[in-house]
Design a binder for this molecule. Structure first.
Ligand SMILES: [Zn+2]
Length: 341
């Protein structure tokens, strides 16, 4: 039987405007609205977003950060850092993005959907507890993970395949053994974090898993990391809910990135995550859009991933490509004190 897949999208996500020429632009949502209007794939249910409350935001962020973004409300343009800015509506739209993801995980947690994808902006994974940065205002996936923990989900895993390391998500859960954060990312690259040896702190040691990848890695290299590192760790961690920070800037056409992932690679990653979710948490998986700056690549990647989420289990075929199957040995050695690899 095919899973029941839900989506969340809203035209208001186009109202956050970091300024002319900025790559994280409103059209990123417009192109997904267009995909869904002409959707020919399996049926998708809709989830309606709501604003996150200040208390919900402050489960992941300081009151200072919240106030700083609130003070931009109604102001045409405020600069947060060198590449992060707000427009008059950004504060409310950032609340709508975080609240939208809360509604999305609730739909899956309540069984209204088997899995779901929230197409929101602004993205979130660079926002730390103290600092909005890297196009991100509030950390949507961190707020959702905190929400799930508060709802009684004992262990939550976040897998982040955005091109960039999610330094914000890592920092928020760095000492937390109940929220596993696992990231594959171009390295070294913005924001500079995500080294293989960064494993967490105190009780959280081992529950941060970084897979730094050199520029140029493609589908086979990404899937090797899933098969040799991420999936075995997820099976051992046995999350009660799987969150996915889906950034399509790992796509080969992305203007900011140097990776070579194609649509079959996205399908391969989705397949593996869906398989783990079926094995360990009754299929409960919610994905959220992070980065991705080539409009056609966002559209085709999201389409491929949604079809995979909404159809019966299948394993995607990825064209053979030269890949050194021993390449991850040094990383596995670093992780072995914590996980059987
Ligand atoms: Zn990114």
């Amino acid at each position: 039987m095919s899973p029941k897949t839900s989506i969340l999208i809203d035209p208001r996500f186009q109202e956050h405007d970091p300024g002319r020429g900025h790559p994280e632009r409103p059209d990123r949502i417009a192109v997904l609205e267009d995909l869904l209007l002409s959707w020919q794939g399996p049926p998708l249910d809709r989830i309606e977003p709501r604003l996150a409350t200040p208390d919900e935001i402050q489960t992941a962020h300081s009151e200072d950060l919240f106030e700083r973004i609130r003070q931009t409300d109604g102001i045409d343009h405020s600069s947060i850092d060198a590449d992060t800015a707000t427009s008059a509506r950004s504060f409310e739209i950032a609340l709508l993005a975080a609240g939208g993801l809360i509604e999305t995980v609730d739909a899956v947690a309540d069984g209204a959907a088997d899995n779901a994808f929230a197409f929101v902006r602004p993205p979130g994974h660079h926002a730390t507890d103290m600092q909005s940065m890297g196009f991100c205002l509030f950390n949507n996936v961190a707020v959702a993970a905190k929400h799930l923990r508060a709802r009684g989900f004992e262990r939550v895993a976040i897998v982040d395949f955005d091109l960039h390391h999610g330094n914000g998500t890592e920092a928020i859960f760095y000492d937390d053994p109940n929220v596993l954060y696992a990231s594959l990312h171009q390295y070294p690259y913005y924001p500079g974090t995500g080294a293989a040896g960064d494993l967490g702190r105190d009780a959280g040691t081992g529950f941060t898993v970084n897979v730094p990848l050199s520029a140029g890695v493609g589908d086979a290299g990404y899937l090797l990391a899933f098969d040799q590192v991420l999936c075995p760790i997820l099976r051992q961690f046995e999350p009660n809910f799987l969150l996915v920070s889906a950034g399509f800037d790992c796509h080969h056409r992305d203007p900011l990135g140097g990776m070579q992932v194609t649509e079959p690679g996205v399908v391969g990653m989705a397949d593996r995550l869906l398989a783990v979710a079926r094995e360990v948490c009754e299929g409960r998986l919610a994905a959220v859009l992070e980065g991705g700056y080539d409009l056609s690549a966002i559209r085709t990647s999201a389409e491929a991933m949604l079809i995979e989420m909404a159809t019966a289990p299948a394993r995607a075929d990825v064209a053979p490509e030269h890949v050194d199957t021993e390449a991850l040995e040094p990383l596995k050695e670093i992780l072995r004190p914590h996980w059987k690899l």
